[in-house]
Design a protein around this ligand. Sequence first.
Ligand code: SF4
Length: 192
Amino acid sequence: MTFKAKKEKLQEIYERFERDAHEFKKDAICKIGCTYCCTDVGNVDIITLEGIIISERVNSLLQPLKREVKKKIAQNKLEKEQAKIARCPFLKEDDTCLIYDIRPFSCRKLYSIRECRGRGPTVHRQATELAKKAVREMQRLDDTGYSGHISFILYLLDRPGFRKLYLSGGFDPARIAKFGKTHRLVINRLAT
Ligand code: SF4
């Protein structure tokens, strides 16, 4: 399957989840400017296919914004490596998302029917199951890729050797074994 077809399929998975979870998400109290999910929640996990879409957007930004965003991604990686709770590199100063239209599934699946602060989001069990099913489907779709925290995946995709291999459809987990192990990346092919 071409990358174009994979991106279209990914969009279909997002849209199906939105349809199937609508019944639950309509009770959400989430609103613009509430950034709990973007600042206080642990990992923002993505698959490499989502990473490619995000990195293409980052690379299309004009300077000095591009430089600033890349700096924030590197900072986020550093903070996560130190096991700190880190603000998402795409959260803007006005508390809106720089990449909202292409935000990863991790952000799409999250909502809460109660105030999050102090206890984390309250999500319907059925919506959690739908989200798990969607993630499995995404990992099957991206079967030459990996899953992990957003700045770790973006770091890999910034390495020319890794990016070239991934975009050519190549698959060689041994090449990233050490980084993958220390950064708790999942090999999609083994997760499904
Ligand atoms: S990508 Fe956007 S919605 Fe997702 S955590 Fe980052 S700022 Fe929040």
